[in-house]
Structures are given as C-alpha cells and as structure tokens.
Design a protein around this ligand. Structure first.
Ligand SMILES: Cc1ncc(COP(=O)(O)O)c(C=O)c1O
Length: 342
C-alpha cells in the first residue's frame, strides 16, 4: 500500500485521514487524466452519479456533490436555517458544525451528551418551531462512538417532518458493529433524512475535496443551486470514480483498520488509560484534567507523533489520534508507556 505519512518524519495522526493513501487504481486514473489545468472543470462523470446512486439505491437526482462534505454542511446551515431559525447538534461533535453555525450567525443549540453518548430525549426537547436542522455524526468525531439503527429509527419517529436530520456518515465504511444504521432503508422511510458521505476518509482523497449528500430531490436541488460554480475539479470526480469502483481496496483498508483499532484498544486499556470503543479510524483518550492531556500530547509530539488536541470540539480533556498500520500502533503504544515511566 502507498504510504502517505511515511513521507514525513512524523506520524501525522491528527486528522482521521486514510494514511495508506488511495488505491493504486486511483493513482493510475489520476496520472492518466492529469492535464488541462488551464480549463475550468466540466461536470462530474455520469458514471460517478450512477455508482453513488447504486450504492444508496436512489435516483441520481437525489444526489448532490460538494467540495468536501463540509461544503454541503455549510450550505445546509445557511439555506435551511433562516436568520431567526435554529439548528441542533450534540455537544462534542465535529467542530465544523459549531464553526459554520457561528460563521453564518445561525442560532445553534448544542445538546450535552451522557458518558460520551448522544442524548436523543434532550435533542427532541430542544426542538422548537424555529428548528430546521439536526446534525448527527455517526460514528461521531472525535469519540468514534456509534448510534444504532434502532435508536435512529426511534428518534426519527419523534422528529417533526419539517425538521431535516443529517446523518453525517463520514466514517461509515470503517464501522464493524452490525447495529450500525442502514441509512438507505431509513432514507426510504423518512423524507426529512439526509445522508452525508465523503471521499476524504476511507477513499483517501481528502486533498481532492469531494463529498456528497443523498436527499429527497427538491432538497438535493436546493443545495445544488447554492453551490459555487466550478468548486469541484474534474480530476476529483475521476479519482472518486476510480475509488468507488475499487471496493476491494476499501474492504482491505477497513479490515486492517479494525485489526489495529481492536489491538490498540486492548493494549491502551491495559496500560490504564481511559479509551473509548471506536467504530472509526481513530481512538479517543480522555483524562482527569486538561493538563494531563496536554502533557501526553507534548510527549507524543516529542516522539514524532502528532495527535489532535480536541479542545475546539468541546473536549479539553480528550486526545484523538488516527489508527494506521501495526508499526504506527507500536509507536503509539511505546510513547504511551514511556509517558507513564517518566
Ligand atoms: C464527521 C465529519 N464529517 C465531515 C467531515 C469533513 O469531511 P470533508 O473532507 O468531506 O469535508 C469530517 C472531517 O474530518 C468529519 O469528521
């Protein structure tokens, strides 16, 4: 496998990327189609729409692509919510939800979690007649925790139909828990549900900035109408098509990730650290104090490991790092041990 982080001295484990890099078939497609840099991009390949629609069993008119899924989150926040309306998301979730709500000056209700798990009752209580949007990252970033199919289904039964619920499934392909939502099925039953996916994580194309939403047609078209023209490069579409066509590679990355994630979880727990069960490509450690967290973060940095301080996510006592190959797992474990020995 092609190693991206190997090219640097550090183990850059801070951004939940797929550090194995894209599949060799994707790299070939990029090489073969390089060029025409002076021209504005054309439309994304029809075949990409076909593949995504086959993956989600939806019509191509129910799919909208964005320059990263974060661009779609951005558009949904300022188009679905008017200036006097609001959106809701759980505390300690993907930081962009808060940052973009602040940027667009949209009222946002951040609902406290219980033991790092979402609190659906509290979210339902927070809905008022000005609520337009609820965003749930599943698995959640930064904790890696998962909401089950049944829990989402129960929740959707109580959400008013005029409130849109975004299931942000950026890390879906890494999930191994069989209770993970079948969002395609949910999508058929709840017209206010929107599925969000990205090519930045397991497909290893973060630099190409491509994500998509699956939404009922008029919503997909509404989002589409608010996109900047030419925001997505043609090469991104070509790379994404090759990536989605190579599901063997996706499975291979998911398998290795599950092995290393499980191994790290067991070893880190044995060392006495507090670590959460993750369904994603990262692990979350939490500490008694922010100082303890910071001491470990700096120690890791000293050992060439860049972990993510997730204070901006609302977790000042938490530290997150990406999972990768076994050598990286051993390096992290050695650093965690040597921090205890100091
Ligand atoms: C939960 C979640 N959603 C969306 C994104 C953004 O992904 P993209 O690169 O597609 O904008 C991230 C990136 O870290 C994420 O963690």
């Amino acid at each position: 496998m092609n190693s991206v982080a190997n090219q640097t001295l550090s183990f850059r484990l801070r951004s939940n990327e797929n550090l194995f890099g894209p599949s060799p078939k994707v790299l070939d497609a990029i090489r073969q189609n390089a060029g025409n840099y002076n021209l504005y991009p054309g439309a994304l390949p029809d075949a990409l729409y076909q593949q995504v629609s086959a993956l989600h069993h939806v019509d191509t008119r129910q799919i909208v692509f964005g320059a990263g899924s974060v661009q779609l989150i951005d558009i949904m926040i300022w188009t679905f919510c008017g200036a006097d309306e609001n959106l809701i998301f759980p505390q300690g979730s993907f930081v962009a939800y808060r940052l973009l709500s602040e940027f667009h000056n949209r009222v946002h209700k951040i609902i406290p979690t219980i033991n790092f798990q979402w609190n659906p009752e509290a979210i339902l209580e927070a809905i008022d007649d000005k609520t337009k949007l609820i965003i749930l990252a599943n698995p959640n970033n930064p904790t890696g925790t998962m909401i089950s199919h049944d829990a989402i289904e129960n929740f959707m039964d109580s959400v008013p139909e005029n409130v849109y619920v975004v299931l942000d499934e950026a890390y879906a392909e890494y999930v191994t828990n069989p209770d993970y939502p079948d969002s395609n099925k949910l999508f058929k039953n709840y017209p206010n549900l929107i599925i969000l996916r990205t090519f930045s994580k397991i497909y290893a194309l973060a630099a190409f900035r491509l994500g998509y939403a699956v939404a009922r047609e008029e919503l997909a078209q509404l989002i589409n109408a608010h996109r900047l023209p030419f925001a997505i490069s043609e090469l991104s579409g070509i790379a994404a098509l090759a990536a989605i066509n190579d599901q063997e590679y996706v499975k291979k990355c998911a398998r290795i990730n599950a092995e290393e994630r499980g191994y790290l979880f067991r070893e880190i727990s044995q060392l006495g650290y507090h670590v959460l069960h993750s369904q994603s490509n990262f692990l979350y450690l939490y500490f008694e104090t922010a100082d303890e967290k910071e001491a470990l973060r700096l120690h890791l940095l000293d050992q060439g490991i860049i972990a993510r301080d997730i204070t901006p996510f609302g977790h000042p006592k938490g530290l997150r790092f990406s999972t990768w190959h076994h050598e990286a797992s051993l390096k992290v474990l050695n650093a965690l041990k040597s921090c205890q020995d100091r």
